[in-house]
Ligand binder design. Structure first.
Ligand code: NAD
Length: 283
């Protein structure tokens, strides 16, 4: 079974569009502000996708661009300004920031109720307390994709490869909350294959094409490939060797067309929920 992120994301976007239209009828259009610094080409593509997705569902957006020489203080001031703008409901700082910038300091400045990436310590804490508010978009998207295909998580042996703040860690937290038995593997893990072969549900978020081959995957596993890698020939590939792994497993996400579209869809959901919460109508 191929887990079709594009199709599921399309349905989520349609729901968001309807809810955004209802808010707009009440006189409030949800709005996302994106802060970008430097000239990272991948960031430029991601920001374009995010802005385009907002437009599709009736969420307003504005992009604040800064040069590669920008200081931490300038970015913090920009974020503080957005925190106080009532018409902006979501604030997102596109990563990576230029090397001289203190990324943590900038992210910590985002007002938690507007932190639609869910990276702030407030949201990390809430997630690990088992009462999440705004959840990082990629792992939230993975959970929605599993739910959409009726894939049971409770009681399952889950392995997450990667421990980043953006994907691996929050992914593990969401899986624990959903009742899985979770192992986190990472760059220091000895014998990665021995760990991944235990997984009934395997989520891979590393950024190394072909890291996971068929010998590392349990038969009938569900495999979620978060990795996005540009191959020398220009094609995109995940971290999982799709051709050899797919025939062995129960379900797998393609790259592209799996987790990527879900990430953007969940950004829209988070922006809408942030708007509703700020207007006093949130869940
Ligand atoms: P990161 O570089 O912050 O983290 C990578 C993680 O992989 C680290 O925790 C590291 O310990 C682990 N790792 C490195 N080498 C390893 C190895 N040999 N064995 C096991 N673990 C190893 O990356 P990230 O931001 O978490 O992103 C991971 C991948 O997911 C990248 O390809 C990125 O482009 C992609 N990504 C995709 C989406 C999406 O929407 N699909 C969103 C975010 C990131």
């Amino acid at each position: 079974m191929i887990l079709d992120g594009r199709a599921v994301a399309g349905k989520i976007k349609a729901e968001v569009a309807q809810r955004a239209a209802e808010l707009s009828k009440k006189g409030v259009q949800p709005k996302l502000a994106v802060v970008v610094a430097g000239e990272d080409p991948a960031s430029a593509v991601y920001v374009r996708h995010k802005v385009q997705a907002c437009t599709e569902v009736g969420i307003a957006s504005e992009v604040h661009r800064f040069g590669g020489e920008v200081t931490t203080e300038t970015l913090m001031a920009a974020v503080r300004g957005l925190n106080t703008k009532a018409e902006v409901h979501g604030v997102l700082v596109q990563l990576p920031l230029p090397p001289q910038v203190d990324e943590e300091a900038v992210l910590d400045t985002i007002e938690p109720s507007k932190d639609v990436d869910g990276f702030h310590a407030f949201h990390v804490g809430r997630l690990w307390q088992g009462r999440p508010k705004l959840v990082p978009c990629t792992p939230a998207g993975v959970m929605r994709l599993l739910t959409a295909y009726g894939i049971e998580v409770r009681g399952r042996e889950a392995v997450v490869v990667g421990r980043s703040r953006i994907v691996g860690r929050p992914m593990a937290g969401l899986l624990v909350n959903a009742g899985a038995t979770v192992t986190i593997a990472h760059s220091q893990t000895r014998d990665l294959g021995a760990v991944t072969r235990r997984a009934e549900l395997l989520v891979v978020a590393v950024g190394k094409p072909g890291l996971i081959d068929a010998s590392m995957v349990r038969e009938e596993a569900v495999v979620v490939d978060v990795g996005i890698n540009r191959l020398p020939d220009g094609r995109l590939a995940g971290d999982v060797d799709f051709a050899t792994v797919a025939p062995r497993v129960r379900a797998i996400t393609p790259v592209p067309g799996g987790v990527g579209p879900m990430t953007v869809a969940m950004l829209l959901v988070n922006t809408l929920e942030a708007a509703q919460t700020q207007l006093g109508g949130g869940q």
